[in-house]
Design a binder for this molecule. Structure first.
Ligand code: IMP
Ligand code: MG
Length: 178
């Protein structure tokens, strides 16, 4: 696949705005989830969010365990392939645990629906879901997450862990490609 041409980006949520919202989410999550619980982050997109969220949960007085699951649905393009693949293993320590499943974006809903089912099949107890961004207009399966950072229209976003063809994950803010 050809390397994408440079794109112009436009800031949607600056770093301070994201940080404030993550703090609020951690307070909501901290008040709602039982003790103990395990955060299961979806790689790669949720890696920055999980790093910030678990430290905000610590400030909220919680001590979550942290696991990651690597899934892929997009490859290098902008459109979902329509199928979700797990790369690597399943964390087995989720058995019997309350789980907070964390992704960067809920788009068609396939990733969260599929991984939620997979965690349940691997013996997870009650599962809550969290996405920093939600594009409800794109939903094909499933409903809204239990915890959502920002609802956005159908735009392609990057930054704060989120990529386009593996670029832009390092940006400390969330931007849209224009
Ligand atoms: P879903 O399975 O369609 O809900 O898609 C979720 C996944 O698609 C997310 O984990 C992202 O990796 C990816 N995705 C959805 N929208 C965007 C976007 O605007 N930018 C980058 N990745 C996206
Ligand atoms: Mg992703």
């Amino acid at each position: 696949m050809a390397v994408a041409a440079p794109e112009t980006i436009e800031v949607l949520f600056d770093a301070a705005t994201v940080s404030r919202r993550v703090e609020e989410l951690a307070n909501e999550i901290g008040a709602a989830l039982p003790e103990p619980f395990t955060v299961v982050g979806l790689l790669k997109g949720a890696f920055v969010l999980v790093a910030d969220l678990v430290r905000a949960l610590d400030r909220a007085g919680r001590a979550p365990r942290v696991e990651f699951l690597q899934v892929s649905s997009y490859g290098l393009g902008k459109d979902s392939s329509g199928s979700v693949k797990v790369i690597g293993g399943m964390p087995d320590s989720v058995a019997g645990q309350a789980v907070l499943l964390v992704d960067d974006i809920q788009d068609t809903g396939r990733t969260i629906t599929f991984t939620r089912q997979l965690l349940a099949e691997h013996g997870a107890g009650r599962i809550w879901t969290c996405a920093l961004l939600d594009k409800p207009s794109r939903r094909v399966v499933g409903g809204d997450c239990d915890f959502t950072g920002f609802v956005i229209p159908d735009v392609f976003v990057v930054g704060y862990g989120i990529d386009y063809a593996e670029r832009f994950r390092h940006l400390p803010f969330i931007a849209r490609l224009v």
